[in-house]
Design a protein around this ligand. Structure first.
Ligand code: F6P
Length: 325
């Protein structure tokens, strides 16, 4: 293995708060070790367009507290084709890149894995997504900020729900992953959480709503993950109102969950993972994603990020009905 001289960074897929912290940690650790750094703009698309900026220690000043990503991002369709990836490989070679750091979710990690089939350099992934749906790490960069953002809204919804004794259905992000719904459901004291990973039995939901009202509870909050019910919270609210006769109001939180200044936990993970990714690259790691497992920094093969199905702690499901009586 030859020693790397020049590295590049992209942020790809849905942005997440803390991506900037990871960029900062990579840039500064790399420069500290004498490496040249560039950042491609707008994810894989930037590699295809050779759209990049040279980065120095000052280019990442003042970004640790900023949401979004200073490099921009995209969901790059051309990169799904082998021809696109070959073009990217040629551009990386042309620019003399030895290592590419990819900060993104499991789709971006798949892209990184495919790139390595046609490119001879090193690729290191970092898990950046609010969805927390990457295998090979306990938490992804951005998850905790998204939880706090959604939680703040749920707390406010609870006030008005109590004032009217109403049912609210709050839709949170996560087309295929229920981590945000579960996280805010528990920390926001929701009566019900509907997740894509668990089939939604409407009869049981109705039964629990009626029981709760009979027990004298006024407000009732159902957190619905984006992918848990066809038509999302708006359709489910109509259906439940029809079945129960209770006033049911849908609220779709949407993209506000992706924004905002990263909370300490996301800055903490981003900084540790960013610096660790550079160290791993210098030691010759390739085709891996860095992660945090049991509070230890680890590397895992890229495939693990989409092949491993992280299961939820069954204890949460055991206690949730107890907590919402
Ligand atoms: O980044 C992940 C995510 O926010 C998912 O939770 C959501 O389903 C999706 O991205 C939305 O993507 P887009 O912004 O492209 O509509």
């Amino acid at each position: 293995m030859s020693t790397p001289h020049k590295v590049a960074i992209i942020t790809s897929g849905g942005d997440s708060p803390g991506m900037n912290g990871a960029i900062r940690a990579i840039v500064r650790t790399a420069i500290y070790h004498g490496l040249e750094v560039i950042g491609f703009k707008y994810g894989y698309q930037g590699i295809l367009d050779a759209n990049y900026v040279e980065m120095n220690a000052r280019s990442v000043s003042g970004i640790l507290q900023r949401g979004g990503t200073i490099l921009g991002t995209s969901r790059c369709k051309a990169f799904l084709q082998e021809s696109g990836r070959k073009q990217a490989a040629a551009n990386l070679d042309e620019l003399g890149i030895d290592v590419l750091f990819v900060i993104g979710g499991n789709g971006s990690m798949r892209g990184a894995h495919e790139l390595l089939k046609v490119w001879d350099g090193q690729v290191i992934g970092l898990p950046g997504t609010i969805d927390n749906d990457c295998g090979g790490t306990d938490f992804t960069i951005g998850y905790f900020t998204a939880l706090d953002t959604a939680l703040e809204s749920i707390d406010k919804i609870r006030d008005t729900a109590e004032a009217f004794d109403r049912v609210f259905l709050v839709e949170v992000m996560g087309r295929k992953a229920g981590d945000i719904a579960l996280g805010v459901g528990i920390t926001g004291g929701a009566e019900e959480m509907l997740l894509p990973e668990r089939p939604c039995d409407l009869d049981q939901v109705v039964e629990r709503m009626v029981l709760s009202k009979e027990r004298g509870k006024g407000s009732y909050i159902i957190v619905v993950a984006e992918g848990a019910y066809d038509g999302g919270a708006p359709r489910l609210a109509e259906e439940l109102e029809k079945r129960t006769g209770y006033a049911c109001r849908p609220v779709v939180l949407g993209h506000i969950q992706r924004g905002g200044s990263p909370v300490a936990m996301d800055r903490w993970f981003a900084t540790r993972m960013g610096a660790f990714a550079v160290k791993a690259a210098l030691q010759g790691a390739n085709g891996v994603m860095v992660g945090i497992e049991k509070n230890e920094l680890v590397t895992n093969p890229l495939e693990k990020t989409w092949q491993e199905n992280k299961s939820f702690d069954p204890f949460i499901f055991e206690i949730q009905p107890m907590l919402s009586i």
